[in-house]
Design a protein around this ligand. Structure first.
Ligand code: EPZ
Length: 417
C-alpha cells in the first residue's frame, strides 16, 4: 500500500496550476448519458472517482476515451440501465447517475451508494424528488429498481435542504422530462451552475442555476457537446493553506476567484496577504498565523465543508484559538485525532471543534481517514518538524491529482512510496 512521506518545515514558493473540479466532472460525466451522441469534457482531473465514473459509463455501453484531461463519451451505443453493486460502492456520488439513466432509459437498477466516512449520507431527498418527477422506485434489500411509465414529467420540488447531489439528480432527470420543473431551495454551488451550463450547451433549457430557484423546461432530447470543467475551488483552498502554514508565497493559476470568496476571509483573518487577479491568485503568509475566529460551514455561498479540514489544520498553528462549527456533515472531524499525533491541540464536541493553536507541530505516523481529512494531514505535515508518514492515501487520491509533484515543484520535500 502506498504512503506519502513529508519532511516538513520547507517554505513553499512558486506557482501551482489548479486542476478541474472533481465535483463538477462527476455529474457532467453522468450527464453525457443524456446526450445522444459524442460529448467532450475538457479539464477532467485524472482522479480515481473520474475513473470510476468512466467505468460506470462503459458498463452501460458507452464508448469512452481519455486523453490527458479530456474525456470523450459516445453514449449512442448505450445498452444497459443497471449499475452493479461493486461500481456503486467505489464512489458515493454514483447516485447522481440515477436521474440520468432513468431519463434516458425509462428504467434504472442500482444499489444504495453505501455507508460513508463523513457520517450517514441519506439519499431520501434524491428519491423523493425523482418520485415527484414520475419515477416509480421500489426499494428492496438495498437495491433500487426504478421504472418510468412513459416519460418523466416536470414538477415543483421544494428541497428541505439545498442538497448538491439531489439538485444535480433533479437537473439530470428534468432536462428531458415533459413540461416544466421548478426547484425551490436548490443548491447554489458553482458545480451546479457548471452542470446546468453543460446541459444547456447540449440543448437543455435551464434558468436560474446558481440561485435558489431553478427552472427547467424539459426538451425532447439532448445532443453531444463540448464543455470545460470549472477549476476545483477546494484544491485551491488546500494549496492556500499549504502556503499559509509554511510561511510561503504561492501563485495559484487557473482558479475562478469568485468561487473562492467564501474562504478568502479566513485566510485574510489568519494574516495572509491575498491578491486575486484574473484566473489566478497570490497568497503570501505572515511570520506567525493569527486565529481565524469562528468558521461555520454552510451551503454555498457559505464556507464550504470540504475546506474545513485544511483550514482547521492551518489554524492548529495559529497564535490563539479558533472555532469550527460543522453544519453539513455529522462526522467530519475524524482526522483531528491524527492531527493530535502531530501535536495539534483540538477539542471536538459534536459538531464543534475548538482549536487552541500551537507554535509548532512535529512529524508522526498518521492515517488519512477521508479525502479532505487526508489533505489536512498533508497541510500539517508540510509545517511539522521532522518526517510525517501518511498511510491510507487512497482517500487523498480520490480528490487530489498530482499532489506530490505540485507541492515538490514549489519546494516541498514530499515523496510517495
Ligand atoms: C456534495 O456531496 C459533494 N460531493 C461533497 O464533496 C460536499 O461535501 C457536499 O456536496 C456539500 O458541499 C460531490 O459533489 C460528489 P449534499 P452531496 O447532498 O451531494 C444531507 C468532497 O470532499 N442530505 O449537499 O452528497 C446530507 O446528509 C465531498 O469532495 C440528506 O439528508 O452533499 C448532508 O448532511 C464529500 N438527504 C447535507 O444534506 C439527501 O437525500 C448536504 O449533502 C441528501 C443530502
Amino acid at each position: 500500500m502506498s504512503k506519502i512521506y513529508i519532511e516538513g518545515g520547507r517554505r513553499l514558493a512558486g506557482e501551482i496550476r489548479v486542476h478541474g473540479a472533481k465535483n463538477s466532472a462527476l455529474p457532467a460525466l453522468a450527464a453525457t448519458l443524456l446526450c445522444r451522441g459524442v460529448s467532450v469534457l475538457h479539464n477532467c482531473p485524472p482522479l480515481l472517482d473520474v475513473t470510476a465514473s468512466i467505468r460506470i459509463l462503459e458498463h452501460l455501453g458507452c464508448v469512452c476515451r481519455r486523453e490527458g484531461t479530456t474525456v470523450t463519451v459516445d453514449s449512442s451505443t448505450l445498452t444497459g440501465f443497471d449499475i452493479p453493486d461493486t461500481l456503486m460502492r467505489e464512489m458515493r456520488s454514483s447516485i447522481v447517475f440515477l436521474g440520468a439513466i432513468a431519463a434516458r432509459c425509462g428504467q434504472a437498477r442500482l444499489s444504495f451508494p453505501g455507508g460513508c466516512e463523513l457520517g450517514p449520507r441519506p439519499i431520501d431527498l434524491h428519491l423523493a424528488a425523482l418520485r415527484q418527477l414520475g419515477l416509480n422506485i421500489q426499494e428492496d434489500h438495498g437495491l433500487l429498481d426504478c421504472t418510468v411509465q412513459k416519460r418523466l414529467s416536470g414538477a415543483v420540488i421544494n428541497l428541505s435542504i439545498p442538497s448538491v447531489g439531489a439538485t444535480e439528480n433533479i437537473l439530470l432527470a428534468a432536462a428531458t422530462a415533459k413540461g416544466r420543473t421548478v426547484i425551490h431551495n436548490a443548491a447554489r454551488e458553482p458545480e451546479i451552475s457548471d452542470l446546468a451550463a453543460f446541459l444547456n450547451r447540449a440543448g437543455a433549457c435551464i434558468r436560474g442555476a446558481g440561485s435558489s430557484i431553478i427552472e427547467i423546461d424539459g426538451v425532447y432530447d439532448l445532443h453531444g457537446t463540448e464543455h470545460t470543467v470549472i477549476p476545483d475551488r477546494i484544491i485551491a483552498a488546500t494549496y492556500m493553506a499549504a502556503a499559509a502554514v509554511t510561511g510561503g508565497d504561492l501563485i495559484l493559476r487557473d482558479v475562478e476567484v469568485s468561487h473562492l470568496t467564501p474562504v478568502l476571509d479566513s485566510f485574510r483573518a489568519a494574516g495572509c496577504l491575498v491578491e486575486p487577479a484574473v484566473k489566478s491568485l497570490r497568497i503570501a503568509a505572515p511570520d506567525r498565523l493569527k486565529p481565524v475566529g469562528t468558521v461555520r460551514t454552510m451551503a454555498y455561498p457559505g464556507f464550504p465543508t470540504d475546506a474545513q479540514p485544511p483550514v482547521l489544520a492551518m489554524s492548529a498553528l495559529a497564535d490563539g484559538p479558533s472555532v469550527f462549527v460543522e453544519n453539513i456533515f455529522e462526522n467530519r472531524f475524524k482526522y483531528v485525532d491524527e492531527l493530535a499525533r502531530m501535536g495539534a491541540k483540538v477539542k471536538v464536541e459534536g459538531r464543534v471543534a475548538v482549536v487552541e493553536g500551537v507554535p509548532a507541530l512535529s512529524g508522526a505516523t498518521v492515517s488519512a481517514t477521508d479525502l479532505r481529512g487526508g489533505a489536512a494531514l498533508v497541510i500539517a505535515a508540510l509545517a511539522a518538524s521532522g518526517v510525517t508518514e501518511i498511510d491510507e492515501i487512497r482517500h487523498i487520491d480520490r480528490g487530489y491529482a498530482d499532489l506530490e509533484n505540485s507541492l515538490r515543484e514549489v519546494g516541498a520535500n514530499i515523496k510517495r512510496e
